[in-house]
Write a protein that binds this ligand. Structure first.
Ligand SMILES: *Cc1c(COP(=O)(O)O)cnc(C)c1O
Length: 396
């Protein structure tokens, strides 16, 4: 009896999404098909598989049962047509660019997206004649003004990193489709639990699986989910041919992490809301950005397009970078490391770390100030996190 997940709750779907390919031994855990290739029953069978007349596995770069289970699971959680797992999040980003941006094409991106997602376009795809405009997509007028005849993609991240600015997915989807462009959303910060861009009109969603979906800070990976079969087929061909695919063991680890996604996301979010409120009241803190605070300029949009506010907080400590360094060097629970979405809290300084390769003038345009600290809240006890931040702030 197969389980129909339609109309089931999110906890049931996270627990059971993705078919177990083992029909022989009945293993409850998905087996790791640690093989590079698959043998054919006979020559005709091989020919039918290559011809696409029969479904089956040929070679792991092109398809593998363990990888496929993960792809099915994430596609189910994003309500997409199908998923494509990739070696890293950046392999997913690059595959999307490669599929839709030819020489002479133009893309519009959120100015403060993940640093490498912007760098790949400006430093590498520009060499092949791809044009780009990185703008503040929170302002819809900026987006309308940036559209050109050759605009193929609008690529957004919401909330953006590290400024926690939101972009209205539904409104941007309208602008994209009015101009024959596709809307791509990097949904890494929200995970499929808190935001589903395809349901709001996006055409393609991607995640750095490294973050919330895997959640254990021990794997890098990515995934792309499309709304249509056409886009799925196009991207799948590019990923398979260029080789950015995920491997079976990596997929198995991610599936293991995925099963607790809801628990982790909800727990971290509860912690983040309390810490954001605590930091906002703190005399040593200039300001706090967290979508769950009524002081967030887009709190209303957050309530409309997200099912929760996530666990990423940005804040500015009074005294700028020097004071920020005191806090980062003296907290004991959050570890000083880039990345996010794991069970443990991490703290980092975007200007000297994740966003160091963006010129200072561009950074300031995107409000990435020198004293901005990014806190990725984990699943620890919130009382301990608060006391730890309190003692570190007292040293400023
Ligand atoms: C980490 C991250 C990426 C890149 O993913 P990798 O797995 O590190 O290659 C892309 N987008 C966002 C929002 C990220 O946080």
């Amino acid at each position: 009896m197969s389980l129909d997940l339609k109309n089931k709750g999110i906890n049931t779907r996270v627990t059971h999404a993705g078919k177990n390919p083992d029909s022989v031994h009945g293993s409850v855990s998905v087996p790791i098909y640690q093989t590079s290739t698959f043998k054919f029953r006979d020559a005709d069978h091989g020919a039918r598989l290559f011809e696409g007349e029969e479904e089956g596995y040929i070679y792991t770069r092109v398809g593998n049962p363990t990888v496929n289970t993960l792809e099915e699971a994430v596609a189910e959680l994003e309500n997409g047509y199908a998923g494509i797992a990739t070696a890293t999040g950046m392999a997913a980003v690059t595959a999307i660019y490669m599929t839709y941006l030819e020489s002479g094409a133009h893309m519009i991106g959120t100015d403060s997206i993940y640093g490498s997602s912007r760098m790949v376009i400006e430093n590498e795809f520009s060499r092949f004649g791809v044009e780009s405009s990185f703008i503040d997509t929170a302002d819809l007028n900026n987006v309308r003004a940036a559209v050109r005849d050759n605009t193929r993609l609008i690529y957004i991240e919401t909330p953006s990193n590290p400024t926690i600015k939101l972009t209205d997915i539904q409104a941007i989807a309208q602008i994209a489709h009015d101009n024959d462009a596709l809307l791509v959303v990097d949904n890494t910060f929200m995970s499929p639990i808190l935001q589903n861009p395809l349901a709001l009109g996006a055409d393609i969603v991607l995640h750095s699986i490294t973050k919330y979906i895997n959640g254990h800070t021990d794997v890098v990976g990515g995934v792309i989910i499309t709304k249509t079969e056409t886009d799925f087929t196009r991207i799948r061909l590019v990923v398979n041919a260029t080789g950015g695919t995920m491997d079976p063991h990596q997929s198995w680890l991610v599936l293991r992490g995925l099963r607790t996604l809801t628990l982790r996301v909800k727990r971290a979010e509860e912690n983040a809301q309390k810490l954001a409120e605590f930091l906002e009241e703190h005399p040593k803190v200039e300001w706090v950005r967290y979508p769950g605070l009524p002081s967030h300029p887009q709190h209303e949009l957050a309530q409309r397009q997200m099912r929760g506010f996530g666990s990423m907080i940005s804040f500015e400590i009074k005294g700028g970078l020097k004071a920020g360094k005191v806090v980062m060097n003296n907290v004991r629970i959050p570890q000083l490391a880039v990345s996010l979405g794991g069970y443990e809290s991490l703290i980092q300084h975007p200007v000297s770390m994740t966003h160091h390769n963006i010129p200072p003038s561009e950074r300031l345009k995107s409000n990435i100030t020198d004293g901005l600290v990014r806190l990725a809240v984990g699943t620890e006890d919130v009382e301990d996190l608060q006391a730890d931040l309190e003692q570190a702030l007292a040293l400023v």
